[in-house]
Design a binder for this molecule. Structure first.
Ligand SMILES: [Zn+2]
Length: 188
């Protein structure tokens, strides 16, 4: 008998709109690299997982499009993890969420930045770190190679794909969140 828990997610099978920050405070080089890496990561999730679509909107585009995410640069390190290269807000009801690049992103290779963005897009889907049992609720099988673990590699695993599809197939609770049985009692 697990206790109920509610996990925020976006409405399944909708399109998430994103923009680059017009006030990007980092270098133009990093901005171009970050946009490229994030575009690649969104496409990976869209084509291989397929529960959300992603669209980069033109800066300043007119019309009533709701923008869910902005790719931004922070000159300050992450408030709780000074070693963070990037970070992404989980799904929430605020008007705009952020995917951050921190100063350490300047030291990342293009490939490294792509792998990190692949992980950040997992957060965009509503996923916590798989190894962080205090806050994460496991759906499906545990896999140390999960894209949501910290490690030497961040590839999207088949177990990640299946778990996220299962998460987005759960019935909607209040505000469209998924309500699931919590089975990991240690996390209480
Ligand atoms: Zn993370």
């Amino acid at each position: 008998m697990g206790s109920k828990t509610v996990i925020n997610r976006w409405t399944p099978h909708t399109r998430i709109n994103w923009v680059e920050d017009v006030f990007w405070a980092g270098s133009d080089t990093l901005k171009a690299r970050a946009i490229s890496a994030l575009t690649w990561a969104f496409k990976e999730w869209e084509t291989r997982v397929g529960v959300l679509g992603f669209h980069k909107n033109a800066v300043g585009a007119a019309g009533g499009t709701t923008i869910e995410y902005c790719l931004s640069y922070s000159e300050e390190v992450h408030p709780t993890n000074p070693k963070a290269v990037c970070a992404a807000d989980l799904p929430n009801t605020r008007p705009l969420s952020i995917i951050w690049c921190y100063p350490l992103a300047n030291d990342s290779t293009d490939d490294g930045l792509r792998q990190i963005m692949l992980h950040e897009v997992g957060h965009v889907h509503g996923l916590q770190h798989e190894m962080d049992e205090a806050v994460a609720t496991l759906i499906g099988v545990k896999n140390v190679l999960s894209v949501m673990n910290y490690g030497m590699r961040y590839d999207l695993q088949q177990s990640d794909i299946e778990a996220v599809r299962a998460f987005y197939a759960l019935p909607a609770g209040p505000f469209g969140q998924a309500v699931i049985e919590r089975t990991n009692e240690r996390s209480e």
